[in-house]
Design a protein around this ligand. Structure first.
Ligand code: 9D3
Length: 230
């Protein structure tokens, strides 16, 4: 099915995406036609008899480098399928991923996500066939696949009709500079631990004030960086 938000993922491990893409909100949104994901196996673009996708680094050193030929062939195929979509490389050297970048990407027309493996891709591919490099944070992953799935999840939930609630998206953008207040549900006493009295009071003004206070305390204690630019 063709959708208004096509995503192509270039990877050496297409099986990685089977379960996350058929489960949960993401799977339901694909079924509804809100977006679609095409998996492109980079190995399918090799032309040598051993289907080689990596090679030794010029200059020596540890590890292997992704060969340019199959990767660029896969990128050209993707560009033809989704004209105008940013060609994104997932790499530890990329620009840090944020909610505001997720929002920009959700404006369309789609995404081409390239998952690096080994020590990285040949520099000439990065310079000439990639529009944007993204890292999802300062920790070491085994490859770009988990990072690509993070991008798919965070971008597609912002597409019209995916979350199914435009209000909560709007509310979310207001609350990005604060952590959330604590939540409680029944029972009122769980194994001796009580729900805060104010939440049972029915006094909406006091409840709102308590929640604002708790949100601020938590942010000051856990993420003071979020309050810096306020
Ligand atoms: C352990 C090898 N490292 C230096 C000797 C370099 C290295 C290469 C490839 C480290 C990690 C990776 C694989 N990671 C990704 O492809 C990746 C990633 C990440 O590791 N952290 C955060 N975001 C991303 S996006 C892609």
């Amino acid at each position: 099915m063709t959708s208004s938000f096509p995503i192509r993922i270039l990877t050496l491990f297409p099986e990685f995406f089977d379960s996350p893409l058929t489960t949960s909100l993401t799977g339901k949104a694909i079924d509804r036609g809100n977006f679609d994901v095409e998996l492109s196996n980079i190995r399918d673009f090799t032309t040598d008899k051993h289907n080689k996708c990596d090679d030794l680094p010029y200059g020596g050193g540890a590890g292997m480098v992704m060969k340019p030929e199959p990767l660029v062939a896969a990128l050209e195929d993707a560009r033809e399928a989704i004209p105008g979509a940013p060609r994104i490389l997932l790499t530890p050297q990329g620009t840090p991923f944020t909610q505001s970048l997720a929002r920009e990407l959700s404006r369309g027309p789609g995404m081409i996500l390239t998952c690096g493996r080994y020590e990285g891709v040949d520099e000439r591919v990065r310079q000439n066939w990639i529009d944007l490099e993204i890292s999802i944070g300062d920790y070491v992953l085994t490859g770009g696949e988990v990072a690509a799935m993070v991008i798919v999840d965070s971008v597609t939930r912002l597409l019209p009709g995916v979350l199914g609630n435009a209000d909560s998206i709007a509310e979310e953008s207001f609350s990005e500079s604060r952590l959330e207040y604590p939540h409680y549900t029944r029972p009122q006493n769980f194994r001796g631990h009580e729900v805060p009295e104010v939440l049972l009071s029915g006094h909406h003004g006091k409840i709102a004030q308590w929640r604002r206070q708790k949100a601020l305390e938590r942010t000051q204690n856990r993420r003071p960086d979020l309050l810096d630019d306020e």
